[in-house]
Design a protein around this ligand. Sequence first.
Ligand code: AMP
Length: 424
Amino acid sequence: MVLLPGILILFMTFNDLNLIEPILLALQKEGYTTPTPIQEQSIPFLLQGKDLLGCAQTGTGKTAAFAIPILQTLHQQHAERNHKTLKTLILTPTRELAIQIGESFAAYGKGLNLKHTVIFGGVPQGAQVQALRAGVEILIATPGRLLDLVNQGLISFKEISIFVLDEADRMLDMGFIHDVKKVIAKLPLKRQTLFFSATMPPEIQKLANTILVDPLIVKVTPPATTAETVGQSVYFVDKKDKRQLLTYVLNDKSIERVLVFTRTKHGADKVVKDLEKVDIVAEAIHGNKSQNARQRALSNFKDGKIRVLVATDIAARGIDVDLLSHVINYEIPEVPETYVHRIGRTGRAGASGIAFSFCDSEERTDWKNIEKLTGQKIPVVTNHPYPMAAEGMVHINPPKNKEIVHRPNAIHSSPARKRNPNFR
Ligand code: AMP
């Protein structure tokens, strides 16, 4: 709560959440001042030991919403407990998410003496086993590797008192749900359970009903306000010209780090290949790539070794890259909410970002739906070299060349059309 002379402004700060000093300091260092809605709503209840059903996805601040109360709870129990026993398990579907969650625990728990480690498949188990043997209180894991190590007798769940299931719907998507159920079956019954899922398909709802006891239910969507901090514009372009338009746009060196979205995995690979032909280094990240390849691409991107990362929506959901200057929607998403999630990857935490969208004639309806959802008329870029061969233009400026016959959505362009910017 903040008080100004004569005015009472009611908005919550982290100081209102009864957090301990080292956590408040760590949050300050991270530059967080105000809790996000999911943090504001969940943290007080989680500190009381309640179960939670969080309908939320990446971008809402859900990681801190569970990491902060877990750290505080374990810290407060610390004196009474054996520091080397596993007490909290966080199950997450991908290696990228596991690593990011690990980084969050490291950041928010900086001033606390709590040990955590991250385990995932696709790499030798040696270093992970060593970390486990040294003793950890918080374990962040993907399901396959976790079960593997449990079956080898290297992990005991006996003392686990807090369990977090992250991105449950994605576990289902990726075929991990049986492994998840096997893990849950091995956990102590007496525990606090936090369940997160962006969507609630029936199987996930059923699982939530069976493992949660009288949960607090919090539903949030990634802040629509992200759209306000992101400068948006749209290029209307023929499908066949998107390739050249992308090269043209990427010639602008002020684009430091850009995430390019495609609808399909194949489409993502194709964009990378097309960019290679014009000497622009890019990498793709999607479900058909091995965990190692995905992680390598992501680190190269984060380290600034590559400027362009091409991703599908599912693969991008876990990507959290600070200082992402641009997002390019190479293909317009069919589901309008996806657009908001995509552009929310840039302009994080108050930083400004830029989102370009390439819309072809077949995507116009999807684009209209996006404008309807966001309630915004997104500015159109007209002065670019690949304007769409629009239907209406034929009447305004009929081509002299008889061989160019207008057909609706025809994939051709005349010089006259290219010159005329009024292609909306
Ligand atoms: P998440 O939804 O957990 O993936 O978090 C999305 C992003 O928001 C991450 O980059 C966090 O570092 C950032 N974040 C989380 N909570 C806050 C907050 N209260 N204020 C500012 N940024 C935050």
